[in-house]
Design a protein. Structure first.
Length: 260
């Protein structure tokens, strides 16, 4: 036993190789963000490579959000797939469909950037609840501005816009992910958030909000469509989701008092 023990000793010290340092993942994203992204990607791949054109049309009729279906005269003359149930779930289900790989890619990218910050602060459950409410708010805004129109909306953009707005409530704060004296650990996502009007008084936040609204208006009115053939960017849905995320942040997020 002594000889075996001596073989692992060198100069009186154990002769063991040190364990290699723990490797950090290339993309250090919250699990809920990764999971939601994979669901979006999986659904898009199925629609693109598995469903035929007729099946995909039925999918859009069932799960996209169509303002025209809420007009009494139209629904009386046309038997809409899914009936009343579809008219309810489509307020949320439209967010899982995307019109193109570009549309999908932008939503996944912005969710990774801004949604991750919110997911780290809120936790998975509250993050999903916020995203769902913002998606519903986006559908409501699209319905209000396109009442009775056969203009469907699809995509997670309203939910992601809400995540982006929620992140603005804290990411620029001192010690926050993008603030001065920014932290690099989990504490950066727990800094106290200012009240809404105080946050909008911050030059960085206000500039971001104004640029965001301007870009959505410009691209929504004049840009080439990215949400599928023959469709335009549903900027009204983006705005609805953004406002919901900005306003609902203190109701869904952990309570942390802001100290002046």
């Amino acid at each position: 036993m002594n000889q075996h023990h001596d073989e692992h000793m060198k100069n009186g010290q154990p002769d063991f190789e040190p364990l290699p340092p723990k490797r950090e993942p290339m993309f250090n994203l919250p699990g809920v963000v990764v999971g939601l992204s994979l669901v979006f990607i999986g659904i898009h791949l199925i629609r693109t490579y598995v469903l035929n054109s007729n099946a995909d049309v039925q999918t859009l009729l069932l799960f996209a959000f169509w303002p025209v279906r809420y007009v009494a005269g139209f629904t009386a003359d046309y038997s809409w797939p899914g009936g009343t149930a579809s008219s309810i779930w489509s307020f949320l289900s439209y967010g899982f469909l995307h019109g193109s790989a570009t549309h999908l890619g932008f939503n996944v990218l912005w969710m990774a950037v801004f949604g991750s910050a919110v997911a780290r602060r809120f936790g998975a459950g509250r993050f999903l609840l916020l995203s769902a409410i913002c998606a519903v708010a986006g559908a409501g805004a699209h319905l209000a501005t396109n009442w009775g129109q056969s203009i469907p909306v699809i995509g997670a953009s309203a939910a992601v816009s809400g995540q982006m707005a929620a992140s603005l409530r804290f990411i620029f704060e001192m010690g926050g992910p993008l603030g001065s004296f920014r932290g690099k650990d989990a504490r950066a996502y727990t800094v106290p958030a200012r009240p809404l009007m105080a946050a909008l008084g911050d030059r960085q936040v206000l500039t971001f909000v104004l640029v965001w609204f301007a870009l959505n208006f410009v691209f929504g009115v004049w840009s080439a469509p990215i949400a599928g053939e023959g469709s335009s960017i549903a900027w009204q849905a983006h705005v609805g989701g953004f406002i919901a995320g900005l306003v609902l942040f203190p109701l869904l997020g952990p309570v942390r008092r802001y100290q002046k």
